[in-house]
Design a protein around this ligand. Structure first.
Ligand SMILES: Nc1ncnc2c1ncn2[C@@H]1O[C@H](COP(=O)(O)OP(=O)(O)OP(=O)(O)O)[C@@H](O)[C@H]1O
Ligand SMILES: [Mg+2]
Length: 245
């Protein structure tokens, strides 16, 4: 049974349909990457999945249980399983790194403070920031901030993590330190949705690649299928364009 199944999702902004006929299934521990041109709906799909944008129609099935996005309690339950990290880290500027990572699990989820701090300490170590507990966001580099944002998402103990272009705002030399953290999560069996323009990375970590265009899933396959042997003309055009860069 897939951990998450997406069934006929459709979404729109102000009457304009931006996602339609979205269907896919994700197995536990799988990394699935969404690629496609700007405006194809990748971020919107992550927003819909996490309940930030209610879909027009469609639903997901999480661990065999249907989640209706119109049902608030079900969406809340869904959100307990997921965490999303955006390109702009959105850290709380007036809080230390430790506070940034621990505030939601303690205040929103009501978890035991000592336990949360212990786990946060472990996470900050894993993302290479063991010495930055007391630093404030404006004392950190972009790559360090992004790693705090990832630790903050992991502190919620999600089963599924969604990463929306987490390296896009970074200087090239900082990209790898963030990708290393993502590689680590992938190797430890976290289920991940990744939106990224780092095609070499997508190829390396993904079990499946989903090529999207104009709000539709055009093609789904292994990285080899999508990058080396795409079957759809739109995929061929896109892959041909990006690989020439
Ligand atoms: N808040 C919004 N209000 C209205 N339209 C939006 C909003 N956000 C996105 N859109 C539109 O929805 C469509 C899909 O946008 P989305 O951000 O999901 O694309 P994307 O694939 O993530 O693109 P990019 O690679 O540039 O991040 C686009 O046509 C975009 O203009
Ligand atoms: Mg986007």
């Amino acid at each position: 049974m897939p951990q998450l199944e997406i069934v006929n999702l459709k979404a729109s902004y102000g009457g304009q349909t931006v996602l339609e006929d979205i269907n896919m299934a994700v197995e536990k521990g799988e990394t699935i990457s969404l690629i496609g041109p700007s405006g194809s709906g990748k971020s919107t799909l992550l927003r819909v999945l996490t309940g930030l944008l209610p879909p027009i129609s469609g639903h997901v099935i999480l661990d065999g249980k249907k989640i209706d996005y119109r049902n608030k309690a079900q969406v809340q339950e869904l959100r307990r399983h997921m965490a999303i990290v955006f390109q702009q880290y959105n850290l709380f500027q007036n809080m230390s790194v430790m506070k940034n990572v621990t505030i939601a699990p303690i205040k929103i989820r009501g978890r035991d403070k000592k336990e949360v701090i212990e786990y946060a300490t472990h996470l900050l170590e894993r993302v290479g920031l063991a010495d930055k507990h007391d630093a404030y966001p404006d004392e950190l580099s972009g790559g360090q901030k992004q790693r705090v944002a990832i630790a903050r998402a992991l502190a919620l103990r999600p089963d599924i993590i969604l990463l929306d272009e987490v390296t896009a705002a970074l200087d090239p030399e900082l990209v790898n330190e963030v990708l290393d953290v993502v590689r680590l999560m992938a190797s430890q069996g976290m289920t991940m949705f990744i939106v990224s323009h780092e095609m070499a990375f997508v190829r390396e970590v993904s079990a499946k690649v989903v090529f999207m265009a104009s709000g539709h899933v055009v093609e789904v396959g292994t990285p080899e299928q999508i990058f080396d042997n795409p079957t759809q003309q739109r995929t061929k055009d896109f892959v041909g364009k990006i690989l020439r860069h």
